[in-house]
Each structure stands twice: as structure tokens, then as C-alpha cells.
Write a protein that binds this ligand. Structure first.
Ligand code: SF4
Ligand code: MG
Length: 316
């Protein structure tokens, strides 16, 4: 993903001028095959929009998206058939994304109906297979989504994504609606599926403790930009950006010796309709300098291991 941007026009009142919301503002990252890249940040930072751009549910205003050697950023729907098969999505609320009037077997088979010419029999054989893979069984197939708990519904959502044998799954807050104990079951399932089928994940979450569990690489987003990215261990043990440090300081750590003092950010998240000039974080940054108000920091590489930060403290 190279330099993608997405703006939305927001109408404001009858006489008011249209406002422009820059939801995603020059975002770049790379995901290695069979690995998990997570986007983490507060709600409204542009991570879901980024996921929808990569999955081409939205079209970027600018930038490139390459999947398996194919640039898809501006392709028309009719040209996206191949891509639609290999990229699947999982959403936060499996209940909202599952049709309550359909039986589980038909929910899971639906992508096959759309994308393949397999016979009904063959479709149902695959459904039975995939039910087992996600920890459900044949007895679940003829029930309706509302008969299941949140965790089981997410298993149904995963089965539906998985049945196309996708190369990339974009998972947008897939465990945020679940109890903590169920969260780890679903995260473990996603990890097992990854090693079994070599699936690549773009994982989206506001929750660093979830992201720690599943990621190889992490991108920390703030106001539509990635302010820091790198291998998971670098982000957790050697964070450089003041925003990453603040986020990490609010993650509960069981061992009191490892606990750091909590950094409370001043002020509210600025409106993406009226983002600050200079460094987008300067209105809340505990160590901001005069130059941060006007000059946008460049991306700087911290170490050899693909660790990047956008902060003037790093580039001086
Ligand atoms: Fe803080 Fe300045 Fe770095 Fe932005 S560039 S994070 S305001 S120190
Ligand atoms: Mg979101």
C-alpha cells in the first residue's frame, strides 16, 4: 500500500460550505505473505477506512494498492473478480453482518454462490468441511445466526470468509464485541488458520493487548496517518513516537515491575475535518516543540528492522 488517501465530502447545513474530511492521509505499509499487519489507534483515526480501501469496498482518492502483483486501487468492480475471491473481510459485529433469515449453511456457502459455479452438493461438502475447521459442526448448519453466542457467530463469519480460501483476510475489530475469554479463543483460531493455510491478515483494532497477541508488524494510526510502524517487539519494547508511548502506557500490564507511569494525553482528539497543521499530534503531544506546530515531520527509520517513526524528535 503506497501513499493512499481518502477524503469524504460532508455537507454542512443548508447554506454552509461542504467540508472535507481527510479520513486517510498518505498511508503506506507492506504486509508479508502469511503474516499479520495490525493497524491500531483510537476510533476515528482512519483504520477502518484503510481496511475498506484495501478491500476496495471504497476507492482511494490517491495512491496504490498492490495485491499479489496486481495494482487494484482504481479498478472497476467488473475488473475486481479475481481480487474479490482472494480478499475476504471479517467484521466486528458478526450478528450485523450475518443475515438473520438465512441458515448457517447458506450464510457460509453464499460466497461460493457468488464467485463459483460449484454444484449445490459440492458447496455443501465444502461447508461441512469448513464448519469443522472453525470449531463448529454439522449440527450447527441448519440453525439461524441468532441462535448462537457472539463467539460462535464470529466463527460463522470466519467460516464464511474462509470458504473462498482467501490469501488475505481483513479483520476489522473482529473480537471487540466479545468477552475477554472468548476473544483469546477467536484470536487463537485466527492464528491457527494462518499457519495452516498461510493466510495474510490486515488486522484492525483499537486494543493494543489484542494486537500484541496476533501481530507480526504494527502500524500506529493517528488522525489518518501512520505515526509509527515496525515489528511488534520493537513497538512494544522500544516505542519511539510520543503517541505510541501514551497508548502503551494505558495497557494493563500484570507485572508491576514492568509497568510504566500512565501518560494522560491532554485535550481531545482533533476533528479530522479540521486537523492541526504541522505534526497532527502536536495539540496533545507532551513533548511538542515550536516547529511541530507548522512543519510536518518526515518518516524516519529507527533501526535496521523496518521500524519507522514520524516525529521531529527522531529526525534531528
Ligand atoms: Fe510531538 Fe513534535 Fe514529535 Fe509531533 S513531531 S510527536 S508534536 S515531538
Ligand atoms: Mg472502526
Amino acid at each position: 500500500v503506497t501513499g493512499i488517501r481518502k477524503s469524504f465530502e460532508i455537507p454542512s447545513g443548508i447554506l454552509g460550505k461542504k467540508k472535507i474530511l481527510k479520513a486517510v492521509n498518505d498511508v503506506s505499509f507492506e504486509i508479508m505473505e502469511g503474516q499479520t499487519f495490525s493497524l491500531v489507534g483510537e476510533s476515528g483515526c482512519g483504520k477502518s477506512t484503510t481496511g475498506r480501501l484495501v478491500s476496495r469496498l471504497l476507492t482511494p482518492s490517491e495512491g496504490e494498492i498492490w495485491i499479489d502483483g496486481e495494482e487494484i486501487s482504481q479498478k472497476k468492480e467488473s475488473q475486481l473478480k479475481k481480487m474479490r475471491q482472494k480478499v475476504q473481510m471479517i467484521f466486528q459485529d458478526p450478528y450485523a453482518s450475518l443475515n438473520p433469515r438465512m441458515k448457517v449453511r447458506d450464510i457460509i456457502a453464499e460466497p461460493l454462490l457468488i464467485h463459483t459455479k460449484l454444484s449445490k452438493l459440492e458447496q455443501q461438502r465444502l461447508v461441512s468441511e469448513i464448519l469443522k475447521v472453525v470449531g463448529l459442526n454439522e449440527s450447527h448448519a441448519d440453525r439461524y445466526a441468532h441462535e448462537f453466542s457472539g463467539g460462535q457467530r464470529q466463527r460463522i463469519g470466519i467460516a464464511r470468509a474462509l470458504i473462498m480460501k482467501p490469501r488475505l483476510i481483513i479483520a476489522d475489530e473482529p473480537v471487540s464485541a466479545l468477552d475477554v475469554s472468548i476473544q483469546s479463543q477467536i484470536l487463537n483460531l485466527l492464528k491457527d488458520l494462518q499457519s495452516e493455510y498461510n493466510i495474510t491478515y490486515l488486522f484492525i483494532s483499537h486494543d493494543l493487548s489484542v494486537v500484541e497477541h496476533i501481530s507480526d508488524y504494527i502500524g500506529v494510526m493517528y488522525l489518518g496517518t501512520i505515526v509509527e510502524s515496525g515489528p511488534k517487539d520493537a513497538i512494544f519494547s522500544n516505542p519511539q513516537h510520543p503517541y505510541t508511548k501514551a497508548l502503551l502506557s494505558s495497557v494493563p500490564i500484570p507485572d508491576p515491575k514492568l509497568r510504566k507511569e500512565r501518560i494522560i494525553l491532554k485535550g481531545d482528539l482533533p476533528s479530522p475535518m479540521n486537523p492541526p497543521a504541522g505534526c497532527p499530534f502536536h495539540t496533545r503531544c507532551p513533548v511538542s516543540m515550536e516547529m511541530c506546530k507548522t512543519i510536518v515531520p518526515k518518516v524516519t527509520q529507527v533501526a535496521l528492522d523496518n521500524h519507522f517513526v514520524s516525529c521531529h524528535l527522531m529526525s534531528s
